[in-house]
Design a protein around this ligand. Structure first.
Ligand SMILES: Cc1ncc(COP(=O)(O)O)c(C=O)c1O
Length: 380
């Protein structure tokens, strides 16, 4: 049997990793500024994370959600403490799409309504409703198409208010990334998030903060939506939550009550996943990784802004994007092939940086020096 060929692949086989470094099967070392798509939050093979998973594996890896799993309660407690959302409640699942799917479903259950507001260039995942709320017709199958999603322009408060004043009574939820990732690193304005909060309160709709890519400390705050100073009703999480161990979740405001069987999953919240997620939060806290993300991010942004060949440097903390001119459109490939540095990309010519929150100043400086050298090659 061969693999179902859905991914365009780099011809590289990574066989081991540590911190912000990975090595291929030829022992070539790479600097990882991509984190396997924003997943590596505390660093590859971080020792505390490896130990906690290994110890848990020797006790019990999995049992279903039909029994008590104290690790889930410990995770909820720790997540409340580190995120500051102590009065929210945690539901665990396995991926970002599943987190958004559950958040949208919950909003609809709670309000009894069907309409969802999403935004242009949004990406919320590939399951049925999450993909319908994703602004990319190429990945929406006919069966996923629905009249229930309205796409509004991002950061346009007038359009938001106009839509609510016409259809507000039917809106179940507004879903928004604090910083659009796949869409090319577009930061939601504080005033726009405040307007969403206000409209949702006025019309009884649910504000869902998709924090799958921009959350978990990446921006220097636990949730990037927190920069606006208003709470969402549901935050969705995955990626950095397990540092590579698959886990996702939603945290739910106390204003939305739970009832038995309204949500559920077989694998979500299993012992091993909880151990991995607890290790991540313990390391984020102990090693002050949110502070590091903020400071190292500031350093990178300042350095990038001083490079004349690139433009539109944007983002927060260690979620950074910049535009590359058409003449330099192979820059990402040059960085990988010639300088052994992994970065991310977005269409048309955006380079995305999504490194571990433990990225050191030295590694950030190495990246900048390599980027400058790669750009200088174009002048020859
Ligand atoms: C903002 C956002 N939401 C949801 C998802 C979907 O997450 P997953 O691939 O874990 O289903 C992604 C994945 O890139 C994302 O960036």
């Amino acid at each position: 049997m061969k693999l179902f060929d859905v991914y365009p692949l780099n011809n590289i086989t990574i066989t081991r990793a540590a911190g912000s470094r990975v090595w291929d099967d030829q022992e070539t070392e790479y600097l990882d500024l991509y984190g396997g798509h924003a997943v590596i939050s505390i660093g590859h093979t971080q020792p505390h994370w490896v130990n906690r998973i290994t110890e848990q594996l020797h006790k019990i890896a999995f049992y279903s959600n039909s029994i008590k799993i104290p690790l889930q309660e410990q995770l909820a407690e720790k997540l409340g403490q580190v995120s500051g959302k102590t009065d929210f409640a945690l539901f665990l699942c396995n991926s970002g799409a599943e987190a958004n799917e559950n958040a949208l479903k919950l909003a609809s259950f709670h309000t009894g309504r069907k309409k969802i507001i999403a935004f242009k260039k949004a990406f919320h995942g590939r399951t049925s409703l999450a993909v319908a709320a994703t602004d990319n017709p190429a990945i929406v199958a006919p069966v996923n198409q629905t009249e229930n999603i309205d796409f509004l322009p991002f950061n346009d408060t007038d359009a938001l208010e106009a839509h609510f004043s016409k259809h507000g009574e039917q809106v179940a939820a507004v879903i928004i990334e604090g910083i659009q990732g796949v869409g090319g690193i577009n930061v939601a304005d504080n005033a726009f998030l405040q307007a969403i909060r206000k409209q949702c309160d006025h019309y009884g709709a649910i504000y869902i903060a998709d924090s799958v890519q921009c959350g978990y400390g990446r921006t220097g705050k636990f949730f990037s939506h927190d920069f606006a100073g208003v709470d969402a009703d549901i935050y969705t999480m995955a990626k950095g939550m397990g540092n590579g161990f698959p886990i996702g979740g939603i945290i739910v405001s106390p204003k939305i009550p739970a009832r038995h069987f309204m949500l559920g999953t077989t694998f979500g919240g299993n012992h091993l996943a909880c151990a991995a997620a607890l290790a991540v939060l313990e390391v984020i806290e102990k090693d002050k990784l949110m502070e590091n993300a903020a400071l190292t991010g500031q350093f990178l942004m300042a350095e990038l802004q001083a490079i004349p060949e690139i433009s539109g440097v944007r983002g927060r903390g260690l979620m950074i994007g910049f535009d590359v001119p058409e003449s330099h459109k192979n820059l990402k490939k040059n960085l990988l092939n010639d300088y052994k540095i992994f970065t991310g990309e977005a269409k048309p010519n955006v380079i995305r940086l999504l490194p571990s929150l433990a990225l050191t100043r030295e590694d950030a400086a190495t990246f900048i020096a390599s980027l400058k050298a790669a750009i200088a090659n174009y002048q020859h």
